[in-house]
Design a protein around this ligand. Sequence first.
Ligand code: ADP
Length: 257
Amino acid sequence: MAQEPLIELEDVSFKYDRNWVVENVNMTINEGQFVGLVGPNGSGKSTLIKLMLGLEKPVRGHIRLFGKEVKKFNRWQEVGFVSQKANSFNSGFPATVYEVVRSGLVSRMNMFQLFNHNHKNKVLETLREVEMEEYARHSIGELSGGQQQRVFIARALVSDPSLIILDEPTVGVDSEHVTAFYDLLAKLNRERNLTLLMVSHDIGTITSHATHVACMNKTVHFHGSTEDYENMDDETLSLMYGHSLQQLTHNHEGSSL
Ligand code: ADP
């Protein structure tokens, strides 16, 4: 099966006021890839995601989603987004797990469509896929950070997108549940051929789950398979990041950026 480019970035640059935070980024993410986007704090990862989602406009360059310039793109039902703030509902938040996932479907339905039995089954089926079906009637705020993020994955998944973008979704997730969360993403990537782009600070866990790694520090210095990333020698790695990051990435196996 030919792999279609789902995200194409061509010489993309962006600045806040006079501060260039994204410079000449070139990267193509193909259908079926699970890409971990790594880099130190403040290296422009979240900004790059905002650009891809059309929430900021590049000062220079082009961004295409599914072959279409972002500003003309209208198949947003194909793109799911899970942010790092999703898992911060407190226990009083008045929505059940079922309602949160259903909202992912409702926002994709047209206003005259009624919520029917098939939609209900779809919500429950999606909750089953993320192993959260038994929590359907629970309030979202009662759940742990990791469980809440599974629910938000289900909310993104329920409309059957081809691509999900995640911005550090494991912030606030207990460390013992982080691996299981990555396992779930890798399973969705394999079994649904779901394309994933995930910002992560955990290079060790990313390299053991993702198919590809992109390393960013204002620009994307490396984008390739996890295998190529792991086989890179330390000298290339330090050249890629520059001196200030050499120490952080020296022992890249199992370390955090
Ligand atoms: P990362 O996600 O890699 O931590 P960000 O994209 O959040 O990096 O930030 C990149 C740089 O842009 C940082 O220096 C940050 O302070 C700055 N920045 C982020 N958002 C804004 C904003 N809304 N206005 C001005 N500067 C910003």
